[in-house]
Ligand binder design. Structure first.
Ligand code: GLC
Length: 748
């Protein structure tokens, strides 16, 4: 990865003289290749430009450099910039120059051999040298899914997946994670991270639930700090600046029944209220790219939705970066396999700037060229796409420092990054049950550890781990939960492990069962048929229960699971999510070196049939959004199976302030801040106001009732308690135009 144009750190590594010589030699090579393949071969290139042209001058404004470069580009140069291909599809490698391809990616299973940081950096540099050998020397931009660390690279630091980071409620931590991930990505040369996923997962049967920071928009919105971590405050302004991607636009987490790549059937008001806010915040933070969603909104595929992509994202939100399609998503538009010129036109005219083809680039470029020359894609659209892409390449500093900054290569899997990851694991743990104060465990305790995920770094890392789907077993370097436990106790010989619980007896202080899910990614993780524990886990838990020893369950999963029936047999339950390589962060909480602070990012259903269940929808989950215990609490009883009646609020001193967050034709979104203005603590509050004929269409962080034209919102389980001066917020969307109601607030 390069340093910024303003940073001379890397200049010592790549003296411009050496780069110019390399480029000159390669131009001769490129000239030979141009007479190669028949279809879609770019026009014969002009002679290599002399150095010192305006677009090569880093002291000029980026817009001037873009204009100058565009004026020198042929149509084929421009079409190549809009083309992204899988590294392994590039055969021969010289086609990168011959077809002027502007971007390369490594998909989930794309790797290098041996799989280590140095080999990734060498691979990147070799590709970049090929790209620089084109007549205009436009550098390639290389993208990868580093969605919980630089997860393609064996030995990289892996952090909790987003669902765990959402549980931390710590945006500043997430920003630090983004910065650390950017350093490891930069150490391998790569420029662009297809992250963060800003999906708002509304149905945990969805296989990508773990890629979501939370079910209510304010949580993914808060965690867009990851964008700033990756890019820096300004893209390219500091070392190890990596282009971020807000994905998947729009509504991927809202499909009916949580079907991956399904249909999100919502009104515009609901779509805007629930799924748009995180993208709005990412744009405000200057995110450089947006990846579209495979899913549909009311039957229209996002990749074909000009209204959402061009009018809303680029127009209304003012997004000035570039839009990239998802992997072979253009192929899906006509419902047939493969892609056609018509599908390419539909996607590009909807607002796609770069197409993740990702394989048959010759066919793609031939069809794309045909659509432009036939006038079905305006030249202005091609120029706009190029302007967006080139602007990011200039801002990243790719033209000045196109090769790996090897000073970051040693950060891959570094002790400092692993320490940060361990902190993230600690903060992500959510304590859901702790009867009798069985936790924290004493380090002198005699413990029996069981479960398929107790000693399995693959299970605790989940999908997108040294392979698209991830897998069980020793897939990479790190610390398992069991290793963390053994390192924490006074005498490791007091810790017995058997995966299945065989050999346990009543002589143990406690049993720790680490159970849950094995790795999966995307649609392969969809669970339409139920979310219960698997037979192995149930058998292990039964053995532990039969011993009479208190059972502490550590649930390693990408989402809430259906454990209602088993919960009474457990003294404690810790939701661990998918912690990544630093399993010692879990034992830090088990032994009380860190008291749990995590809060549920998703409502925990009573059973799969209750899905979708989300905060404010009027349903009563097993554990509500925002729930989480810590140590020192009075023992909390497991939530009662029937909803507790909301107490009639007695007068208490609180105020409610309305703020219109956004509005559109026929609807608006409001955020309401409730403040305890009295001298005593509140245990609950309610806010009511005259609807003036409006209808509330969705609401979060509270419970809504309406009567006689008035709306009443009562606190959610997690935000009722307010000390003097403390505040809570809830939000809603409504039809009509935003008013300035005079709310009445009552505290209890
Ligand atoms: C996948 C995913 C997307 C990822 C892309 C490239 O199918 O939907 O999140 O960034 O392909 O790997």
């Amino acid at each position: 990865m390069r340093l910024s144009p303003h940073h001379d750190g890397a200049a010592r590594r790549f003296p411009s003289a050496r780069r110019r010589v390399t480029a000159a030699v390669a131009v001769c090579v490129a000239g030979l290749v141009l007479s190669g393949p028949a279809t879609a071969v770019p026009e014969r290139a002009a002679a290599a430009p002399a150095a010192g042209l305006p677009y090569q001058d880093a002291s000029l404004p980026v817009a001037d450099r873009v204009n100058d470069l565009l004026s020198r580009m042929t149509l084929d140069d421009k079409l190549g910039q809009m083309t992204q291909i899988e590294k392994d599809a590039l055969v021969p490698r010289s086609d990168l120059a011959a077809y002027r391809i502007g971007s390369v990616l490594s998909g989930g299973d794309s790797t290098v051999s041996p799989n280590n940081a140095q080999t990734w950096a060498d691979t990147y540099d070799s590709l970049q040298q090929t790209a620089l050998a084109t007549p205009l020397g436009i550098p390639v931009i290389y993208g990868i899914d580093a969605v919980h660390g630089h997860n393609a690279v064996r030995g990289a630091t892996l952090y909790p997946h987003n669902i765990g980071l959402g549980a931390t409620r710590d945006p500043a931590l997430v920003q630090r994670v983004g910065r650390a991930v950017a350093e490891e990505i930069s150490g391998t040369g790569i420029d662009w991270d297809f992250a963060p996923c800003l999906c708002v997962a509304r149905d945990v049967r969805w296989g990508r639930t773990y890629e979501s920071y939370g079910e209510s928009p304010e949580l993914p919105s808060a965690m867009t700090t990851f964008v700033t971590g990756l890019q820096g405050d300004t893209l390219g302004a500091g070392p190890a600046s990596v282009l971020a991607t807000a994905k998947h636009y729009l509504g991927d987490g809202g499909t009916t029944a949580g079907v991956d790549q399904g249909d999100t059937q919502l009104s515009e008001a609901e779509l805007r209220a629930i799924h748009l806010p995180p993208f709005k915040e990412a744009v405000r933070r200057g995110v450089g790219s947006v990846m579209l969603s495979y899913s549909r909104w009311n039957g229209v595929r996002s990749h074909a939705d000009r209204y959402l992509v061009t009018d809303v994202l680029k127009g209304e939100l003012g997004f000035t970066g570039f839009v990239v399609s998802d992997w072979a998503a253009v192929d899906q538009l006509d419902g047939q396999s493969g892609f056609t010129g018509a599908e390419i036109s539909t996607a590009v005219n909807a607002g796609v700037d770069m197409v993740m083809v990702p394989h048959d680039y010759k066919k793609f470029l031939g069809l794309l060229r045909g659509e432009v020359t036939a006038g079905r894609i305006p030249q202005a659209r091609i120029d706009d796409a190029n302007r967006r892409i080139l602007t990011k390449k200039f801002q990243l500093g790719l033209f000045e420092h196109p090769l790996t900054d090897r000073s970051f290569t040693a950060t891959v899997g570094s002790a400092a990054h692993r320490s940060l990851a361990r902190q993230a694991v600690r903060e992500s743990q959510v304590l859901l049950k702790n009867d009798g104060g069985v936790l924290p465990l004493a380090k002198s305790a005699r413990l029996f550890v069981a479960g398929k995920s107790a000693d399995d770094i693959g299970n605790q890392s989940g999908g997108w781990t040294v392979g698209w789907q991830g897998r069980s077993g020793p897939v990479t370097d790190g610390t398992t939960v069991l290793q963390g436990i053994r390192a924490a106790v006074t005498d490791p010989s007091q810790v017995t492990y058997d995966r299945y619980g065989n050999g346990i007896d009543s002589g143990y202080t406690a049993a720790v069962a680490v159970v849950g899910e094995t790795p999966y990614a995307e649609g392969r993780g969809d669970r339409p048929g139920g979310l219960g524990l698997d037979q192995e886990d149930l058998g292990t838990l039964a053995r532990l229960k039969a011993s009479g020893v208190p059972v502490v369950v550590v649930l390693v999963s990408g989402r809430p699971l259906d454990i209602t029936a088993q919960l009474p047999d457990w003294e404690a339950l810790l939701a661990s999510w998918l912690p990544g390589t630093e399993g010692a962060g879990v034992s830090d909480v088990l032994f009380g070196d860190y008291a749990p602070t995590g809060k549920l990012p998703m409502s925990w259903m009573r059973g799969a049939s209750q899905e979708p269940v989300n905060d404010g929808d009027g349903k009563t989950p097993l554990f509500p959004y925002g729930y989480g215990l810590t140590y020192g609490n009075a023992p909390e009883p497991t939530p009662t199976p029937t909803p507790t009646p909301t107490p009639t609020p007695s007068p208490g001193a609180c105020t409610a302030t309305f703020r219109t967050a956004s509005s559109w034709q026929g609807g608006y979104q409001a955020e309401v801040t409730v403040e305890n203005t009295g001298s005593g603590a509140l245990t609950g509050w309610s806010v009511d106001w005259d609807l003036a004929g409006a209808t509330v269409t969705s609401l979060w962080n509270g419970t809504l009732t309406t009567a006689q034209g008035r709306a009443t919102v009562r606190n959610a389980a997690f935000d009722g308690a307010l000390s003097p001066g403390a505040r809570a917020t809830f939000g809603f969307t409504a039809t009509g135009t935003a008013g300035t109601p005079t709310p009445h607030c009552a505290g209890t």
